[in-house]
Design a binder for this molecule. Structure first.
Ligand code: BUJ
Length: 653
């Protein structure tokens, strides 16, 4: 989300524990020991506002302008005006009343969990994104077992800090020099703590999702899946060649086991020569949720131990995936991190930490429980801890332990129905993944500094390039989604920024329609309009003043009452929410690449990042509807165009 760059975590490096290497030191259990408790601000976080109905209608109509003809726009405006006076008014009042009664949460939390958990489509490709880590700058630390063991160690330290509530609260510092100080850290009573932080221009973010990071899973259930966790569990789940292994990473007293033992157990798993299962169970987590619900029930009925084993998978700290394929090509790697063939994966876990044979690592996360802010905090801390404070080194020897007595391989008992289901699901998944096209590119032509030199917001420029790329290829504006965090509010999730605006449409016409003659100066002025309009939209979204979630919550209320207001089936509304362009960014130096699938069959998934050195895009599309390569080419050309315009050169039409 664009706002993540602004609402990103503060720099809490100061509290990182540096004397952690002493095995007997309790500090080795913690990645941080914050003096301000993790959930200190939680109680006093502000509530996500329900926007005024007239504002929502106004914002919607403005956003619709570039997407439909003026006749359609007038029709939709008419339907919306009726909605605003009738059903919409009632639904809005009802939403306000409900919201007033549920002060512990936000108006969007319930409907948003339902959106994910009631969705019967498969979790991978529909919702789960991936983010890959930069390699460790020291090549010798990227060896698979070594890096995996260090990542497990740092994850365990993160997990313990969170459990004991000594992980620094997530705070966005508007003025770090003033607020990231000792005075700020002096505690204010919890119920007013948010106001104290506000005084320092520091905005604490919602941390309610963090409780679902570890020991947590999604379980397929009829109609609506369940989020399930056991916050006291001590074991890790490791997958290799479709097998499941578990071992405890915490001892009896909840201390993290010796890092050399972790290394020994992982090496033992990597050396296991048991042939891969003919019917790999993990594949079932790629199925639609109804098929998986049925299969899971059957699995539990097939043998007593199966239920116990499922419980172990469900409650494990997280799923570490050790892959055997030697992939080097970034697209092959991205495909493997995003979906693979499903054999060596368990997509239901809150997240999977995937390690390729060459030591490239990535996180693939299930989306129902949480959003980018929570996963990125874990991701960044993990990268920093393993690259600056590694517990294991290339010369570290694994502990002399008998791993065969500690590591348990879970041998499920399958019946013919399950075997058949696995085969079928595997084929279907292979078909779906085969139709997914992916391509990426990086460029040094644009970066954060260049954007700032021109006094333009970096994110707005990236979004503009995406708009131009689509228009150049398809000659029209389409529904565009940019994810924006609303974690500044209690139980906030995300809001949609609608980056296709009248201003971006104007630049598209100036560039691509020969009748719209415009000078370079005109186009520069339009770029500034684009940027300022995008800034306003982003600020509004981050403050809970978008229109998408409000309209969505009212639609869900109407559905629950069996009502179907005409506005929601109107062409204008349908066009708006048909997100041909689904975009998101997680800009951080620790991210190498990331991505997600399109959200509609004929759409594009657009992962992008603008960094200090350059920009990058990672594009997905479903064949035969669309192809990622031509979109990438169009992005490259658009980047050149924007660059030329800003440079005062006339772009070639
Ligand atoms: O908006 C929401 O509620 C959730 C969204 C859903 N969707 C992905 C469909 C937009 N979820 C997120 O935004 C989570 C983040 C997804 C991962 C983002 C990947 C960013 C890739 C950056 C790297 C690209 C650089 C390539 C360089 C070659």
């Amino acid at each position: 989300a664009s706002s993540w760059s602004r609402l990103g975590q503060a720099d809490f490096h100061k509290t990182a524990i540096t004397s952690a290497k002493d095995v007997s030191s309790p500090d080795r259990n913690y990645i941080q020991r914050s003096t301000v408790p993790t959930y200190h601000f939680q109680k006093s976080l502000p509530r996500l506002p329900v926007p005024k109905l007239e504002k929502t209608c106004e914002r919607f109509l403005k956003s619709l302008t570039p997407l439909v003809s003026s006749e359609q726009h007038a029709k939709t405006a008419d339907v919306l005006a009726k909605f605003q006076q009738n059903e919409g008014k009632e639904l809005h009042e009802e939403l306000l009343a409900q919201n007033k009664k549920n002060k512990h949460t936000s108006y969007i939390s319930g409907p948003w969990f339902d959106m994910y958990l009631k969705d019967r489509r498969p979790v991978p490709m529909t919702h789960s994104p991936f983010i890959a880590f930069q390699d460790d700058p020291r090549p010798e630390y990227n060896e698979q077992a070594l890096r995996a063991a260090n990542l497990v160690m740092s994850s365990a330290r993160f997990m313990r800090s969170l459990r004991e509530e000594v992980l620094e609260p997530e705070v966005y510092h508007l003025n770090p020099a003033a607020s990231d100080t000792l005075a700020f850290r002096k505690r204010l009573p919890e119920f007013v703590s948010w106001y104290g932080a506000y005084w320092y221009k520091a905005f604490p973010l919602d941390m309610s999702q963090y409780g679902n990071l570890f020991n947590s899973t999604r379980i397929p259930r009829p109609d609506k899946d369940e989020l399930y966790k056991d916050p006291a569990a001590k074991h890790l789940l490791v997958m290799r060649q479709g097998h499941f292994y578990i071992f405890d990473i915490l001892d009896r007293d909840d201390n993290i086991i010796d890092e050399t033992e972790i290394l020994a157990h992982l090496k033992y798993i990597l050396a296991d020569t048991t042939p891969p299962p003919t019917h790999p169970l993990g594949v079932l987590t790629t199925a639609d949720r109804d098929t998986w619900t049925k299969a899971r029930r059957q699995l539990i009925n097939a043998a007593d131990r199966n239920e116990l084993f499922l419980q172990l998978i469900d409650t494990a700290a997280f799923c570490l995936v050790l892959d055997d394929e030697d992939l080097a090509d970034p697209i092959q790697l991205s495909r493997s991190f995003l979906f693979s063939d499903g054999v060596n994966r368990w997509f239901d876990k809150s997240f999977q930490l995937i390690m390729s044979k060459r030591g490239t690592a990535a996180v693939n996360f299930e989306h129902a429980w949480g959003d980018g802010v929570a996963i990125m905090r874990y991701f960044k801390e993990l990268y920093k801890d393993t690259t600056t404070n590694a517990f294991l080194h290339p010369d570290s020897q694994p502990a002399k332990v008998d791993s065969s007595r500690v590591v348990q391989r879970l041998e499920f008992q399958l019946d013919p129905f399950l075997e058949e289901t696995i085969t079928k699901v595997r084929e279907e998944f292979a078909q779906r993944t085969a139709s997914l096209d992916m391509n990426y590119f990086e460029s040094l032509q644009l970066n954060k500094d260049i954007a700032k030199q021109y006094k333009l917001s970096p994110d707005s420029l990236m979004q503009l390039v995406v708009q131009l790329a689509h228009y150049r290829l398809h000659g029209k504006c389409v529904g565009t989604y940019e994810s924006c965090s609303t974690s500044a509010f209690k139980h906030g999730r995300t809001e949609t920024v609608r980056p296709c605006t009248v201003a971006t449409h104007k630049l598209c016409r100036q560039l691509f329609e020969s009748k719209e003659a415009a000078s370079v100066q005109d186009m520069q002025a339009t770029i500034r309009e684009c940027s300022s309009m995008h800034n306003t939209l982003t600020r509004e979204a981050a403050m809970g003043q978008g229109f998408d979630r409000h309209l969505f919550a009212m639609r869900k209320l109407a559905e629950a009452k069996g009502q179907s207001p005409a506005f929601y089936s109107d062409e204008g509304y349908r066009t708006m929410i048909y997100d041909i362009l689904s975009t998101s960014t997680l800009p951080d130096p620790s991210v190498m690449i990331g991505g997600f699938c399109p959200v509609v069959p004929d759409g594009y998934g657009v992962g992008y990042a603008i960094q200090d050195r350059g920009v990058g895009f990672n594009i997905t599309a479903y064949k035969p509807h669309k192809d990622a390569t031509s979109f990438v080419q169009s992005l490259e050309a658009s980047l050149v165009d924007v660059h030329n315009i800003l440079d005062g050169k006339t772009p070639s039409k």
